[in-house]
Design a protein around this ligand. Sequence first.
Ligand code: HEM
Length: 333
Amino acid sequence: MLIDRSSWRMHAVAITLAMILFLGLTAWYLAESWLAGRLLGGGSLPGLVLGSVAAMIIFFEMGLWPRKALRRMRLVRVKYWLSAHIWFGIVCLPIAIVHSGFHWGGWLSTLLILALVLTVASGAIGLALQNMIPRMLLKQVPGETIYGEIENISRSIVLEADQLLNATCGTRDAVMTQQLGIGEMTRFRELLGSDPEVQMTRMIVIGAPREAGRRREGYQESRAATAEQDDSRSLWNAYDELKPFLLDGVTSGRVFGDPIRASGWFGMLRQACSADAERVIGPLERLTDQRRQFSLQKRLHHWLHMWLPYHIGLSVGLCVLLLAHIVFALRYW
Ligand code: HEM
């Protein structure tokens, strides 16, 4: 739930009511304790009332679950319920602490307070994430898309990049093998063995200008490439490095996932190519930027939703402990 200018009135009402409840009960408890000359425990009248109020708040908090499932029913609107959920949930913790008379008690009541602390903390973390992440998405992911479509769109990004390289540089196979004559190619394939994957990788190394130092002697005499051919090879080599990132947004993420490093990488590619190559490098850089935004969107989406199962799990645990606490407390009262 967003807490912003448009919703502050609603939250102000819930905060005021929650604070009146907490401060009123605490003032009464302190007054009774002062009269008794000691801090009253959970079994005293104010202690029992505080405990019952805390328990009712917890059951009310759990009510958000069915309320959200029955969204269409003409009950209190979910946003009002949620606002009350947040602020009454927060005051529930100090109310429970005052109810305990500021003592841990036995293992069950200690567990109960711990569960309450964790539940409130997980809710507060979730609330903070719900308020921070949409703003981050707006700022850092201007190209935000439908979450479920990210994989499909990433595949079309790769398709677009493939088409761009094929159209401007020629097909990958043709570019990577154009340095070698037919006879040389046959000898080369014999040398490398039969695995086409291995052959291709090694051919890239031989064809790549920045790997020139590793060229095998037998292929040094390959035809001098034109500047355009060199560009094509450099671009295909670069694309081989980039493509896995465009596909999954993870591989080589340390380079392409970081805008500064990626910009350095594209800068080096520009230096290695002629000015003409910009018509490929520019679009590739834009597609990389788009893919990086999708990866960030996925990560933020994960953070936005991952806390809720913990919050719900802790709440259920809290209710079980609360019921056990009520049964034991009434039995020995
Ligand atoms: C005191 C104990 C609490 C209990 C037992 C409790 C229980 C629950 C339950 C069962 C849900 C699930 C509703 C659903 O999405 O189906 C929920 C959601 C939520 N709770 Fe709590 N909660 C507690 C305290 C808090 C506190 C203190 C906060 C905030 C400071 C908080 C914030 C939230 C938020 C933001 C949601 C998600 C609502 C949404 O879908 O946007 N909760 N809580």
